[in-house]
Design a protein around this ligand. Sequence first.
Ligand code: HEM
Length: 492
Amino acid sequence: SLQQHVPQGLKSPPGPRGIPILGNMLELRKDPHLVLTRLSKKYGDVMEVSIGTRPVLVLSGLDTIRQALVKQGEDFMGRPDLYSFQYVSNGQSLTFSPDSGEVWKALRKLAQNALKTFSSTVSPTSSSTCLLEEHVSKEAEYLVTKFLQLMEEEKRFDPFQYLVVSVANVICAMCFGKRYDHNDQELLKVVTFGNEFGEVAGSGNPADFIPVLRYLPNRAMKLFKDVNRRFDIFVEKIVQEHYIGFDKGHIRDITDSLIERCQEKSGGEDACLPISNEKIMGIVSDLFGAGFDTVTTALSWSLMYVALYPDIQKKIQDELDQRIGRERRPRLSDRGSLPYTEAFILEMFRHSSFLPFTVPHSTTKATVLNGYYIPKGTCVFINQWQVNHDEKLWKDPSAFNPERFLNAAGTEINRMESDKVLTFGLGKRRCIGESIGRWEVFLFLTILLQHLEFSLCPGEEVDVTPQYGLTMKYKKCESFQIKKRFPMKSSP
Ligand code: HEM
């Protein structure tokens, strides 16, 4: 236990007593975000549980989490060396690998710069503001057509598989300069996994904490390894093709720009550490993986909420009609003038909290938080779900109500409120795709809702219970229906 090394005058964090060997594992088997939220009411914002024989620090409360991840950011920026994480990107992942030193810092910066270049660059060939807008518009318009076709043929459909390919195409365009057909088997094999990745990568996976489970037959672990292997093979092939077609004078995409950095001799001001081919694969796998699953999940929750709440859908569409009309497509630059839509997206992030925990952190040194002593190398779970449903922060947190983010006149987002939503983490490990993610959700959603009205088959029950994982999704739902809002003009 942590108890033995506690310096004088300090205490270990409180927490529920676990049973030998399993610790609190049995209590945490189902919906750990809910269980840990309940336990935090009793034990407080800084709490210790044990999973298997390993102590885990669980942080709740926005102020406490800000204190740890921002004010004491260096202390809490590590990643634990978890068994399952070694299978992500062959252990070379920038997100999951236990490194949080100079190499990680340099790679994170590289990835950030590459993302910025290949999303916000002005498109040379089109009327779009930037490459991201160009890619998303094209995919969203395809989705409108595809959904109408599905509706005509099947009278009902599950949008998920189409969303995932469209969103994957956006990140593929940035990373690999490539678009895939919606029937491309190679891409489908890689992106249409269900919960196989998230189930194991989510906080509290048993095999990460109880070593013996690694040697017993374990279906979840096997599927997880398979998903990662398929992923690596897919990315490796594309990176190889990039090496062959590489031309220093013509950098096509993020992969090219990383290869360029890899071939640079170190030295100079921005002195870069030598980067191996493996590290490049790690970065692009991370960007590709993080870039499609998160945004797809956000969009699938968005479509579910508009279908469940027709009045809210109508308000978004009224706002779109007023501010944009039906003649032109929504653009990224419209975001500031669509406060209700913005409020809806914030409420979707808050209410679903589909990333209930961040990726687990660990302490890089012994530290003190809220008066409690935390040893070096402690595994830390950050409970985002708790913050987004905290009765101390939100009025009626279980209600879905976009208006909570608007000023009284409904004309502006109340930044005091929106800053309380915790979805992308905070501090040194904060998501590097946050702006891209928010822009994508905004643009996909506005283009879809400008053209289509979403609903669910009348009289059918839908089960929207989130299934626990790194990203939580609702069960497969084939009850979506759509109506065209107005005749579509053929594209010029
Ligand atoms: C990390 C959320 C989109 C790339 C994270 C983390 C969260 C998150 C919660 C973990 C933070 C932590 O450990 O404290 C989201 C959400 C998204 C989204 C909700 C969309 C709605 C994206 C996109 C990309 C991306 C589009 C890339 C194109 C990453 C990377 C990390 C990360 C590379 C790891 C950072 C690190 O460990 O230093 N994201 N993300 N994310 N995200 Fe995102």
